[in-house]
Design a protein around this ligand. Structure first.
Ligand code: NAP
Length: 264
């Protein structure tokens, strides 16, 4: 597959690029700062672009079979969360036109927790969750991965655990931890597994051996309900009627687009 990585220079994106190269994909890295591209494996094709500038995205999506989002606006507050974590996904989906690539979107464990201090300060959960909703409404084949705390796991915690319903909401590493390397592997593996299609899950690790059969890992999960905006067992705490009009307009636009180009 030709895989576009959006967020390729980030702490997860860099590992995703390397893992996708290792798995034999043709990898295209969206990079906004050319100096940072030097950190990427030489096999990766670098495409310059900024997700907040839609005019820079058409080369990046040309001919892609899959898109892997590991974007983050950390530290940029509510404005950054809307412009990058949400707006970046929206702008890349818009740039696709009639293309129907496979999508893997990374958000975060606890993304449905709206009342915790972190979301009240940054709205990062809400905007990431809205990006999930756009992906579900897009009709594209997708997998949504919500990792636990990066690299807080112990040396013996190789075994992956996939959860649904986003019930771990302490907002600290007690919710579960997972290595960056493990997240990258799951994201890339999901692209090639039909068992991961239309699935949303939290990803953590526990003590035990690493699994090798990713179909067996994804297979038992429940798929998201057809037409639903949220993950299959998520709390219903973000009613569409209370959503900002601009968000509802984006959802309508992605649905209209989907019905005009047909199912993948
Ligand atoms: N830390 C945790 O334990 C944890 C757990 C679960 C989820 N998360 C979530 O994971 C995300 C962080 O992942 P990470 O560590 O990989 O993030 P990161 O290192 O901050 O990387 C973010 C990536 O997004 C890119 N980006 C930002 N704005 C962009 C724009 N306008 N156009 C194009 N690219 C842009 C960055 O590019 P530049 O390199 O040019 O800046 C970078 O490649 C956060 O959003 C966080 O909420 C974190």
């Amino acid at each position: 597959m030709t895989v576009l990585v959006v967020g390729a220079t980030g702490s997860i994106g860099r590992l995703v690029v390397a893992e996708a190269v290792r798995q034999g994909h043709t990898v295209r890295a969206l990079v906004r700062n050319p100096a940072k591209a030097r950190q990427l494996p030489s096999e990766a094709q670098v495409v310059l672009g900024d997700v907040t500038r839609p005019d820079t995205l058409s080369n990046a999506v040309d001919g892609v079979d899959a898109i892997l989002f590991t974007l983050g606006s950390d530290g940029a507050g509510k404005v950054g969360a809307e412009r990058v974590d949400y707006g970046g996904v929206r702008n890349v989906l818009r740039a696709l036109g009639p293309r129907k690539p496979r999508i893997a979107l990374m958000t975060a464990i606890g993304v449905t927790n709206r009342t915790g201090a972190y979301n009240r300060a940054t709205e990062a959960h809400d905007w990431k969750r809205r990006s999930e909703r756009l992906v579900r409404a897009s009709g594209l084949p997708y997998t949504i991965v919500r990792p636990g705390w990066f690299d807080y796991n112990g040396a013996a915690e190789h075994q992956l655990v996939l959860l649904q319903g986003d019930t771990r909401q302490a907002g600290d590493p007690s919710d579960g931890a997972v290595a960056r390397r493990q997240i990258a592997e799951v994201l890339v593996r999901s692209l090639a597994s039909n068992h991961a299609l239309r699935k949303t899950f939290e990803l953590i690790a526990t003590t035990g051996p690493a699994q090798e059969d990713f179909d067996a890992l994804f297979g038992p999960l429940d798929g998201d309900l057809q037409g639903a905006l949220d993950g299959v067992h998520d709390m219903a705490n973000m009613p569409l009627v209370d959503e900002p009009q601009r968000v509802r307009d984006d959802l309508d636009a992605v649905r209209v687009h989907q019905s005009s180009v047909g199912a993948p």
